[in-house]
Design a protein around this ligand. Structure first.
Ligand code: SAH
Ligand code: SF4
Ligand code: F3S
Length: 452
């Protein structure tokens, strides 16, 4: 008998990958994914704990799902509610205390045990809390096969973090840094390509700290990319998120030598002020970061950059903030994410006495975002007239519109071409907007399998 499974995913791409794998784990029990929680037999919220707002969203969603659970109960049907991911890991049993209609809580390292947890929750009427960081890695216990993700897919290769930036919960919610063995990654990648994937984004909280076992000894990320690039049919490789400290010489060099590696890199800097970077425990200064950017540009002149910024970290003055603005001016980003500092329980910065007032944080955030928006618009406009290859992997908002990502991660849309959904095309960019490019198709390739 099939049962309906609804998974809602919050937070980073690692969670997106984990949600896909949760589906894989539950398929043998007869669970089929559904895109609504109405009538679902099992609802999983795969949560994010990175900022306060992310956490609040989980509790408001739980309230909505509770109403559906009650409605089902009135019909004599049962719904299981589970909270997984980083809020699950951080808050554990507290969640069931605050939301007693929740049946299961688990962390990002224990979801391979979902079949057993579900059985226990049904048997015991809820109350399942599974937060261990098991000694056997979940990756070794997940199903070998995974459901097709489509032309563009995520693949987690590294997890956790040992860097302990003073603002960040990830080392606590995801645990210590771990790299999957290269062979298992290559096997999974080949399996994805056999199922029609042409672009893989390698994932990890510190993906460029990758150092996995391989038959040739420890392999770094450049080595892994080199091996992946040999897979026929895999045309595009990306990786995210990187830490400046782990951008080694080989990784910089491969951006110049491997055409399958896309010319775009998300390299968070957080702040342009050395004093703030030090307080953040980032273990790099602004010059170190700018030097990496320069070396990458030398290796691959058209490479585009993105970053993350935190404004209003404890102790940040207007002078520190202006150093962030100056760094942004120096780099010229293609896109970027920026956040007001959000104190997180259990992290060192949360108890710092020099918290910045919300109004100041928000005002700085607006100034930074205006500058970043301007740079994004400028970058997008610079693409007008360019020819580029795009994998049209989605349908757009408008009738007949199809979309895909440019090599530089911009969304590219093409009008009136529903038949091109799923195709690899060469386009000419004809207009630019803040968040996308409009393009006309010059050439359609019969397979996705054309190296850019
Ligand atoms: N591993 C990545 C980032 C992971 S979290 C890295 O090392 O850069 C994603 C982004 O969320 C971070 O880059 C940071 O900009 C932001 N972030 C993390 N903790 C935050 C906090 N407490 N308040 C505001 N933003 C935060
Ligand atoms: Fe968080 Fe820093 Fe680790 Fe990134 S490097 S996950 S920001 S602790
Ligand atoms: Fe959020 Fe956890 Fe990712 S806290 S950003 S879902 S690692």
């Amino acid at each position: 008998m099939t049962k309906k499974l609804f998974i809602k995913t919050y937070g980073c791409q690692m969670n997106v990958y984990d949600s896909i794998r949760m589906n894989d784990c539950l398929a043998p029990l007869g669970y089929q994914s559904s895109d609504t929680y109405e009538d679902a037999d099992l609802v999983i919220l795969n949560t994010c704990h990175i900022r306060e707002k992310a956490e609040e969203k989980v509790y408001s969603e739980l309230g909505r799902i509770r109403a559906e659970k009650t409605r089902k109960a009135e019909k004599g049907e049962h719904m299981l509610i589970a909270v997984g991911g980083c809020v699950g890991q951080a808050e554990g049993g507290e969640i069931i205390k605050r939301a007693p209609y929740g049946d299961m809580v688990f962390g990002a390292q224990s979801y391979h045990q979902l079949p057993e947890m579900v059985t226990r929750a049904i048997r015991d009427g809820g109350g399942v809390v599974e937060l261990d960081f098991p000694t056997v890695q979940k990756f070794d216990l997940l199903p070998e096969t995974t459901a097709p993700q489509g032309v563009s897919a995520f693949l987690s290769i590294q997890e956790g973090c040992d860097k302990f930036c003073a603002f960040c919960v990830v080392p606590y919610t995801r645990g210590a840094e771990y790299s999957r063995p290269a062979e298992t990654i290559l096997r999974e990648a080949r399996h994805m390509v056999d199922q029609g994937t042409a672009e893989i984004t390698l994932l990890g909280q510190n993906v460029n700290a990758y150092h996995g076992e391989s038959p040739y000894g420890t392999m770094n990320l450049a080595g892994l990319i080199h091996q992946l690039a040999k897979i026929n049919g895999l045309d595009r490789i990306r990786y995210t998120t990187s830490h400046p400290r782990d951008m080694d010489e080989e990784l910089i060099a491969i951006h110049g030598s491997e055409p399958k590696l896309m010319p775009y890199l998300h390299l968070p800097v957080q702040s342009g002020s050395n004093e703030i970077l030090k307080r953040m425990n980032r273990k790099h200064d602004a010059d170190f970061y700018l030097d990496i950017i320069a070396r990458l540009r030398k290796a691959r002149p058209d490479i585009a950059f993105s970053s993350d910024f935190i404004v209003g970290f404890p102790g940040e003055t207007e002078a520190h903030f202006s150093e962030t603005m100056a760094l942004v001016e120096r780099v010229q980003y293609a896109s970027a994410y920026s956040f007001a500092y959000s104190p997180r329980p259990g992290t060192p910065a949360a108890t710092d006495d020099n918290q910045v007032e919300d109004a100041v944080k928000n005002e700085r955030l607006q100034r930074l975002q205006a500058l970043l928006r301007h740079q994004q618009n400028t970058f997008n406009a610079s693409c007008i007239g360019m020819e580029m290859d795009v994998l049209l992997d989605r349908t757009g908002k408008y009738e007949g519109q199809v979309m895909g990502k440019s090599p530089y991660m911009q969304s590219v849309h093409v009008k009136n071409a529903p038949e091109l959904h799923g195709k690899y095309v060469t386009v000419k960019v004809v207009a630019s907007y803040l968040n996308s490019l409009a393009a006309e198709v010059l050439e359609v390739h019969n397979t996705y399998r054309k190296a850019s």
